[in-house]
Write a protein of this length. Structure first.
Length: 264
């Protein structure tokens, strides 16, 4: 599948690919991508299938998303990259690293474990809330968001989701996400990542202190699959650690990737 993407920095610099999470898109990572590109990286941020401006399809699982990433890199002659993935994108990044270890020089995972996830019921509730909104009955974004606040109380989540709302044409709005397919494939999205062979290169797991997506009980599994792993916790951060603490998050990444960040 051809993926829409944004790029930052100069072609010829070390390529770094960022993979967003469920309900996300490249637009959520613009600020972070610019920070990292400013340190000498060529940053590529694709919209994954059924998200953002990339195509919709009835298939949504990790083998398919790994194939998408391989085709994306192959079309741009990128055969040696740094790879960063958040949440669902982190699981794509893990599986890609197991399948194509020769293409990934360093791997960074943001707030997701390779273990099977336990958040499917929460995500189902979110999708159901979005599907219940009759977009045809609204004539502006503000009214849609006001209606959603009665269904979704978390303000940060609301800000995150609203970026998916767009004008399909002059008179009607839509969601950029393929909500019915994502709901159907939540069990695939929250499935475990397995490999008979560990990924031996340097790996960074960054987790939020207030998030439960990477519990300490998963550390043995992480270390068995990624023997050269560093696990870093950002204090007072939730699952959206890159949005809440962009300075800390970028400093940890830049240090891991081996580029010195200039003092402000």
């Amino acid at each position: 599948m051809q993926l829409y993407y944004r790029e930052f920095g100069t072609d010829g610099d070390q390529p770094l690919v960022i993979l967003h999470g469920l309900f996300g898109m490249s637009d959520n990572w613009v600020s972070m991508a610019r920070r990292i590109a400013g340190e000498g990286f060529h940053v590529l941020v694709p919209d994954q299938r059924n998200h953002g401006r990339s195509g919709h399809t009835s298939i949504h699982n990790y083998p398919a998303m790994v194939d998408d990433l391989f085709e994306f890199l192959d079309a741009r002659s990128k055969d040696s990259i740094f790879l960063l993935g958040h949440s669902m994108g982190g699981k794509v990044a893990m599986q890609f690293s197991f399948d194509y270890p020769e293409m990934v020089e360093k791997l960074a995972i943001a707030d997701i474990s390779p273990a099977a996830g336990t958040h499917g019921r929460v995500q189902t509730t979110i999708i159901d809330a979005l599907l219940r909104v009759d977009l045809e009955s609204y004539d502006n974004r503000s009214k849609v968001l006001a209606g959603l606040r009665g269904l979704i109380a978390n303000d940060r989540l609301m800000q995150f989701l609203q970026k998916n709302l767009y004008w399909k044409d002059k008179g009607s709005m839509g969601w950029r996400m393929n909500l019915p397919v994502l709901k159907e494939h939540l069990s695939d999205i929250f499935s475990a990542i397995h490999s008979d062979t560990p990924f031996e290169k340097d790996v960074l797991f960054v987790r939020g202190e207030r998030s439960d997506y990477v519990p300490e009980t998963d550390y043995p599994l992480i270390r068995s699959l990624f023997p050269n792993v560093l696990i870093h916790t950002i204090p007072d951060a939730s699952h959206w650690l890159h949005a809440e603490h962009p300075g800390q998050f970028s400093r940890v990444l830049i240090d891991f990737f081996g580029v010195q960040q200039e003092s402000p």
